[in-house]
Design a protein around this ligand. Structure first.
Ligand code: ADP
Length: 522
């Protein structure tokens, strides 16, 4: 086995001393090296250097006190740490660190559901609690609360909210729905945010802002602290639920779909974080590319038409749901149906009207009511050797902008031989345009083309005024640089905070393009 990549500036003996310190804190069995590191990788790496995100070890604490002790030891030994909660951030780098030589701080063992309050609709959880775990907890105890889940249910409730991930119920903006944190700072000190800062306070999970500057945002997509507890608001089970799907036939329909959607969403007629899914993203759950096209390059138009007909789906497929008492759902549905009916060729479906066993609406009907699943993760099988990475620019909810982004991304992907697979997920005032770049990870040429097209898309999107809401570890610097207003004033502020909180640069160097001074000139 090749020698591990050590933290910059450390030799083998220094590093062994650090590992001994970690072992004294968590026990020998919870410090991993060598062959035990197989899950601490980027499963879909497109980096040119196979060691770009390599880790030499992982350490898995069981309590906030152990996290504090690990950070203190890391400062003493100059060992950088990369926190993960469940480590399922696939498509954005998985459990691998940004900087080679960084030790993974694995919080999976901190997996307690500390409190669920049905009356007020919240839970307090540790970072290792996955969506599956929390769902099981609610089911076993018969608690009438719904989760909001992303497409894959194996991720962490805390990790996903910290990355500002999205789901599909009315509570789809995960960071908006978090309330109150406990955070271990890079120094090893511990703080509680919001109302949690007051001893004996009873609104830590009820009122987000507390007193003074609101700090929680500072710990999302950040390397300023390790979150060891987080409150999350949960939706009371509604008295009624009706999922639906609307299909649209033509590529250019995206413009009108988004124009119809905006007033419906801004006025809360559409209650949930609904999505518009592209043809191939929907079709790939029930088909593979080779069934329709075996040559090089993207799916030809004729094959796309056949795919639409075979699966009775649209070029664009809108998935939404109604929640509440039946008279309210009836009224909302009349407005939604009338509005989308103005688009020629629009077709409306309930799950019962979809006859195929594995129809995507049947899966989404569960996802839009917060049942965690993995079914739609099969998107990685569209091409053989399935890998995927996410390119995620944000767009206004405007038809012309959505069409422009779609054409821009589609053309670049097609030029590089990839299919366009995307979802437009609607937020409160914007669209997350999440493009899944699906590639064959066993083919070095595909990885190279994926790398190239990704870099081009980031640049072109920025030139057109579009920024990413989140990104893969290999592109964090490039995207940080696109947020360059006033000579990069925001990144400079991030660095100022980083140096004040983490003078030794021990926590997640390079996360979101924020480097501590120790590594900044590298
Ligand atoms: P998930 O399993 O939900 O996909 P991960 O555990 O992979 O989420 O975490 C995604 C990213 O969020 C990590 O790479 C890390 O940068 C950050 N992160 C995760 N958990 C924490 C935490 N408890 N404190 C601070 N940052 C975290």
């Amino acid at each position: 086995m090749a020698d591990p990549i050590l933290p910059p500036g450390l030799n083998v003996a220094d590093f062994e001393d650090a590992l001994q310190a970690f072992r004294r804190i968590v026990g020998r069995d919870h410090v991993y090296t060598g062959d035990e590191l197989s899950s601490y990788v980027d499963p879909y790496s497109i980096a040119e250097d196979p060691n770009a995100h390599a880790t030499p070890a992982a350490v898995a604490p069981q309590s906030a006190e152990e996290v504090q002790a690990i950070l203190r030891a890391a400062n003493q030994h100059h060992v950088p740490l990369w926190p993960i909660s469940c480590g399922k951030n696939h498509g954005y780098g998985g459990a691998a660190p940004r900087m080679a030589g960084t030790v993974v701080l694995d919080l999976n063992r901190m997996n307690r559901v500390l409190e669920v309050n049905v009356e007020s609709g919240y839970a307090l959880v540790e970072p290792g609690v996955s969506y599956f775990d929390l769902y099981r907890h609610l089911q076993e105890k018969g608690l009438k609360l719904w989760l909001d889940v992303p497409d894959a249910g194996w991720g962490s409730v805390v990790g996903n909210a910290l990355e500002r991930g999205v789901g599909y119920t009315p509570y789809g903006d995960h960071f908006m729905m978090q309330c109150g944190m406990e955070v271990v700072l890079p120094s090893g000190d511990i703080v509680r945010t919001g109302m949690g800062a007051m001893p004996g306070n009873n609104t830590w999970q009820l009122f987000k802002y507390g007193y003074g500057p609101y700090l929680d945002g500072m710990f999302s997509q950040s390397n300023f602290g390790v979150v060891t507890k987080m409150g999350v608001w949960l939706m009371p089970e509604p008295p009624g639920y009706r999922p639906y799907m609307i299909t649209f036939e033509r590529e250019e329909d995206i413009e009108q779909v988004v124009e119809v959607l905006r007033p419906l969403k801004v006025n809360s007629v559409i209650q949930n974080a609904a999505t518009i899914r592209s043809l191939v993203l929907v079709a790939c759950i029930n088909a593979t590319k080779s069934q329709y096209h075996t040559g090089p390059g993207p799916l030809p138009d004729s094959a796309a038409k056949k795919l639409m007909a075979d699966q009775d789906i649209g070029m664009w497929n809108f998935y939404g749901a109604l929640y509440g008492p039946p008279p309210i759902m009836d009224t909302l549905w009349t407005i939604i149906r009338d509005s989308f009916s103005t688009i020629p060729g629009a077709r409306f479906f309930t799950p019962e009207e979809r006859k195929r066993d594995n129809d995507v609406l049947k899966h989404r009907a569960l996802t839009m009511r917060g049942v965690p699943r993995l079914t739609e993760y099969s998107l990685v099988n569209w091409v053989g050797g399935g890998g995927h990475i996410g390119f995620s620019p944000v767009s206004p909810i405007k038809g012309a902008e959505a069409l422009k982004q779609y054409r821009m991304v589609r053309d670049r992907l097609h030029e590089h031989g990839f299919d366009y697979m995307s979802v437009f997920a609607i937020g409160w005032r914007e669209l997350h345009h999440v493009i899944e770049l699906v590639f064959d990870r066993t083919n070095p040429d595909e990885a190279r083309r994926a790398r190239e097209v990704f870099a081009i898309m980031v640049r072109e999107a920025a030139e057109a005024g579009y920024g990413e809401y989140r990104t893969h570890i290999s592109f964090m610097d490039q995207i940080a640089k696109t947020f360059s207003w006033n000579n990069g004033a925001q990144l400079k502020l991030h660095e100022l905070l980083k140096d004040a909180l983490d003078p030794n640069g021990v926590l997640a160097p390079g996360k979101q393009g924020i480097w501590p001074s120790r590594y900044r000139s590298r």
